[in-house]
Design a protein around this ligand. Sequence first.
Ligand code: FAD
Length: 460
Amino acid sequence: MSGDHRASPPMNRPRADFDAVVVGASLAGCTTAQLLARQGARVALVDKVPDANAFKRICGHYIQASAVSTLERLGLMGAIEAAGGVRSHVRLHTPWGLILVPPGARVTRSVNIRRERLDPMLRHAAAEQAGVELILGRTARRVLDCGANGVELADTAGQATRVRAPLVIGADGRDSPVARMAGLRRRISPHGRFSYAAYYEGPPPEGAPDGTIWYLDPHWAAAFPTDSGLTMYACMPTMDRLPEFKGDPAAGLESFVAGLPSAPPIGASRRVSPAFGKIKMPNVQRGPTGPGVALVGDAALATDPLWGVGCGWALQSGEWLADSVAPALRGEEPLEGGLRRYARRWHRQLAGHAFMIHDYATGRPFSGVERLLYSTGAQDPRVAERLSVFGTRSIGLERLLTPPVLTRAVATGVRARLERRGRVLAGKHQPRGIGVTARAAGGEAASSWEPAGGDLRAVS
Ligand SMILES: Cc1cc2nc3c(=O)[nH]c(=O)nc-3n(C[C@H](O)[C@H](O)[C@H](O)COP(=O)(O)OP(=O)(O)OC[C@H]3O[C@@H](n4cnc5c(N)ncnc54)[C@H](O)[C@@H]3O)c2cc1C
């Protein structure tokens, strides 16, 4: 990969075993370790789980388009496609109609590959990278000198070893023991929905291989085709719906999905995985740096899975950190400079998205601006395109809420209101909130449904 310096000599630090120790050999950790080593660093990559083929079980498989360039740089896209990975857009069912990526729009397709395939692939690639030493079955239990001196590891028998390195990288997930041990502060914000999902084989959902999301305002559901001809059906209702899932989450999931407007064929499908999910998942945001310490992936930001951003951001933040600190680890500048560069980039790329995601994560219904954007996106292909690019996290809010987009949204809203008033005067008005017609691809009516509150059932 151009920009990588495979041939650079590792920095000579006589008292350190490595230039960096990465705690956590999942998406964020493997990416960071591999890209650091390619730029000349000697890296210890540690995970408490002894199995090189382990994978994260409570997770969907959707990787945002924003991370495709990172996967390409890692050289993994070929292997992902060979393993059956699916490239797709997302269709959005909203109370105002279906939002599709318009034909010819410049929207990069996202990646769908189950974690049981992706995680081992990434870990083996990291292990094979010259400069990475993969150490499995060891738990980081102490950060030495606030990170500036490495970590202490314990094996399954409790036997301790020290790995010395000037930089400790926490890629250890939402609970991040590294962040805690290094004394990095965290900000927690509430989450008002719970999540259940499972994999099914059977007839593909409409629009496949593209995924479909139902914004049920405030509930949420999704159908995402993936490798091996499987589809993941998922839902994230607000907490008041939890009793329907108690005892038999799979039955709760299937009943919820079967009741969606334009429901996908879950009833004609066979479940091939246990139903998995999470009930308590507050958003956790940290640092992402301290003296001699940096956090990547969920350790830095564990955010609402409703938007399917965690895997992509784990890969991307690993890449940003590696590029930011590699010069320092080669001895070309002080480490603090590299850590500051990473923190700036991380905030620039993610802080705005995180703010919005955490606000919606409370379980609230759509705000006025969100309603305006989604209702316009269901009618205006230019706004639909911009919403799709934003949804893949390829642009920030400042490039979504531009004056032209807002002008189109307001104009479309005014036009719709005038049309409605015209229908009222002509005596053809439908009561508001009931019987909103969802437009399917090509503009034909798909079904009609009650958009908010109460039970969501197809009514025609
Ligand atoms: C229900 C649900 C569904 C989701 N669906 C999606 C989705 O479809 N798309 C998406 O993008 N994101 C999704 N996510 C989010 C996604 O799972 C995470 O964002 C992603 O796994 C973060 O990767 P990571 O590498 O940062 O951390 P993790 O994958 O959590 O890995 C952390 C690693 O650190 C290791 N570790 C922890 N502590 C120690 C220690 N003390 N010593 C050594 N090793 C340690 C662990 O063993 C593990 O291997 C979902 C999350 C949930 C809860």
